[in-house]
Design a protein around this ligand. Structure first.
Ligand code: DGI
Ligand code: FE
Ligand code: FE
Length: 188
């Protein structure tokens, strides 16, 4: 699918603010894909569609998770996690994207998972560091992202876990598995 067509489909689903975030993720994902040798076309499409389900009603997301074979434990954690797997489902159903790697990059963009693909890492990190993000520590991750994909990801997952702990929020197990797996792969 062409970029313009994908952007048009996603624009209808998002607020203007979230659409601008999406453009930032797309540009950052393309930069990272070039730098680390990921498929640029897939990175572009995964980035454009990554937050496709962000504004779907909770009941609809719940129904998709229940009926489409996604892990049921998601429903016991923050609803912020739900738009990632339901996004993968809806992007296939409504936008006709069938590429498994693109769909998995959307599916795992919030929690990550153990054994992330290069494309999944690019999308996760681009979502974290796109120019519209302003949270504490993001600048450090932006610098790391220019040098070492793995170290940048470790830092971003650490920051996310700390952020959740400080807010007394539960951490979804895949987020810990992502962290442990990336630490295992760190080179000194
Ligand atoms: O959709 P975005 O805002 O662009 O970013 P995202 O898909 O990474 O979602 C971020 C939100 O998800 C943020 O509010 C923190 C939350 N989140 C991320 N990982 C976890 C989580 N919430 C819980 N409860 N557990 C997690 O592991
Ligand atoms: Fe998201
Ligand atoms: Fe996002």
């Amino acid at each position: 699918m062409e970029r313009e067509k994908a952007l048009q489909l996603v624009k209808e689903q998002l607020t203007e603010h979230r659409y601008q975030h999406t453009i930032g993720v797309m540009e950052t994902a393309l930069t990272l894909a070039k730098l680390y040798g990921a498929d640029e076309k897939k990175a572009e499409l995964a980035a454009i569609f990554h937050d496709y389900a962000k504004f779907r009603p909770k009941d609809e997301m719940k129904e998709i998770i229940t009926s489409q074979g996604y892990p049921q434990d998601l429903l016991e954690y923050n609803a912020e996690l739900w738009h990632a797997p339901t996004g993968a489902y809806l992007v296939e159903k409504e936008a006709g994207i069938t590429d498994r790697e693109i769909l998995d990059a959307i599916r795992y963009h919030t929690s990550g998972r153990a054994g992330m693909t290069l494309l999944e890492m690019v999308i996760y990190l681009a979502d974290y560091i796109e120019p519209g993000r302003h949270f504490p520590g993001v600048e450090e991750v932006r610098e790391l992202a220019k040098e070492n994909l793995n170290r940048a990801l470790v830092k971003s997952v650490q920051n996310t876990i700390l952020f959740l702990l400080k807010k007394n929020q539960k951490v979804y197990p895949d987020t810990f598995y992502t962290y442990n797996d990336l630490v295992n792969k760190l080179e000194d």
